[in-house]
Write a protein that binds this ligand. Sequence first.
Ligand SMILES: [Fe+2]
Length: 239
Amino acid sequence: MTGFVDCHSHLLAGVDDGPRTDAESVQMLNDSASGGTRILFVTSHLDERYPWTPQRASALAEAFDHLQQLGADVPGCPELRMGFEIAPRPGAPEFVADPARWRLAGTDVVLVDGPDDIPMQHDAGILAYVERVVAAGLRPVVAHPERRAFLFDGDHDFAYELKSKGALLQVDSGSLLGCDGPAVAAEAHRLLAEGLADLVASDAHELGEADLRPVRDLLHERFGSDSDALLDGTTLEER
Ligand SMILES: [Fe+2]
């Protein structure tokens, strides 16, 4: 099987901090397709800015159906799959719901929002939610653990703690390419060099970010073709 599997992206127009318009969504689908992605998970935020409600659930489902219709006109459009990026705010409805509800479609994986450049309500819940997902018999994937370096540069224990609790670690392509600055880039590269990273994904929010070729080329240069496993979806196959 050739092609990338991108397990983290924001492509639904107007539902979170991703694209605002259909035209932007379509351009991002084109970026993903021309970059060689064969399966694209669309993982809209559930967090303090965009909390889960029944209305939001319906809006996201409708927006996903609409994106699939738009994709019909995109040459080589990846297979689109619905997902969520859940920010584990302790006590929030999405935190206490059955984690199976937030699985990436067709997998046993739950994408858990990780650290960010500013303190977030969910920072306190990441480790507890990893335990919760594992207890449910599913696999937690923690997004961009390297962003821990924004606030706590040099805290290498955080990633080890996540791994020891059973999390898979997903590094962002933009982090590796230096888009989030040198501290985050260094942490992203350390996670790969030490074999702690399980997945690389685009976390695309904007035009150009869904094309995975630049990060594939960087990974080949630094780690050789074995690094293809970070991008080809083998880790996501249901266990
Ligand atoms: Fe994201």
